[in-house]
Design a protein around this ligand. Structure first.
Ligand code: A3P
Length: 283
């Protein structure tokens, strides 16, 4: 039975506990006021852009090992945490993550120019992946519809976290406002040439590592290895897990009709014309 999601400023959010209990406006305020440490590292992504992937890569670089951390990403996701004091016990550098728009990030983190890692994925695959996630994650997203219905939700920015374009345009602006603070990598580049991208990320994090370690991390964070060996903490209504689904570029082609693709392309051109970032819809 679908229930309305918490909403603020025209954007709705998954019904995570803090959003349910305090309302979206207060939950977002609490995120903005989160006490950050100078050394915090924030993973910022629109939902379904490869958050678990980049989170694991970053975790390995910080720990200088190619061992999977097997930490539940949700425990370090700002919008799911009811009592932030649980983060007090995390060793520095703390690795945190959020899908909230840049404007809601902890203001302390921005003030001291804390590190931000941003992964961007082409919006067609993001949309298709989000559809599957939404169908499974009934507890927080309350979606029981078809692909066509999800497509319309996305197009009208009524899916949780709102418009992909607003999210990405916010970050692009922030990259200009705070040079050097944000490291952006794309899902597609990471897929194509993980070693090069992981090396760039290591440099951004100021982590010294050997080529061997970079290679080992690339292997350990391949889709196949993570699907096989990383604990998937997600739980669908039917008890199955769903984070490691396909992990490819171009699966949108198995979802979009010709008409939907045309509608999507027209919106992409209109919304994204002033942005320098160009999506790779194919490898
Ligand atoms: P698909 O649904 O297209 O398979 P998030 O972590 O932001 O929720 O994103 C999940 C998406 O990233 C899923 O996409 C998932 O399969 C993919 N993914 C997870 N781990 C990956 C990896 N190691 N390599 C490539 N894609 C990965």
């Amino acid at each position: 039975e679908p229930v309305p999601l918490p909403e603020h400023d025209g954007v709705c959010y998954p019904s995570f506990l803090p959003f349910r209990e305090k309302g979206a406006e207060q939950a977002l305020k609490d995120i903005t006021n989160f006490q950050s440490r100078d050394t915090d590292i924030m993973i910022c992504t629109y939902a379904k852009s490869g958050t678990h992937w980049i989170n694991e890569i970053t975790s390995m670089l910080i720990r200088k090992t190619a061992e999977l951390d097997n930490i539940n990403k949700a425990t370090t996701m700002l919008e799911t945490i009811s009592d932030f004091s649980v983060t007090d016990d995390l060793p520095s550098p703390r690795l945190l993550n959020t899908h909230c728009q840049f404007r809601y990030l902890p203001k302390g983190h921005i003030e001291h120019r804390g590190k931000i890692i941003h992964m961007i994925r082409n919006p067609k695959d993001t949309c298709a992946s989000y559809y599957h996630h939404s169908r499974k994650d009934n507890i927080f997203l309350s979606f029981f519809g078809t692909w066509n219905e999800f497509f319309d939700l996305w197009m009208s920015a009524k899916c949780a976290y709102g418009s992909w374009y607003t999210y990405e345009k916010d970050i692009e602006q922030a990259e200009k406002d705070y040079p050097g603070m944000i490291f952006t990598c794309s899902y597609e580049e990471m897929k194509k040439d993980p070693k090069t991208e992981i090396r760039k990320l290591a440099d951004f994090l100021e982590v010294q590592c050997t080529d061997k370690l970079i290679e080992d991390i690339a292997k350990a964070t391949s889709f196949e290895n993570m699907k096989e060996n990383k604990i998937d903490f997600s739980k669908a209504g039917d008890g199955t897990t769903f984070i490691y689904r396909k992990g490819i570029v171009g699966d949108w082609k198995n979802h979009f009709t010709v008409a939907q693709n045309e509608q999507f392309d027209a919106q992409y051109v209109e919304e994204f014309q002033d942005c320098s970032y160009k999506s790779m819809f194919d490898l």
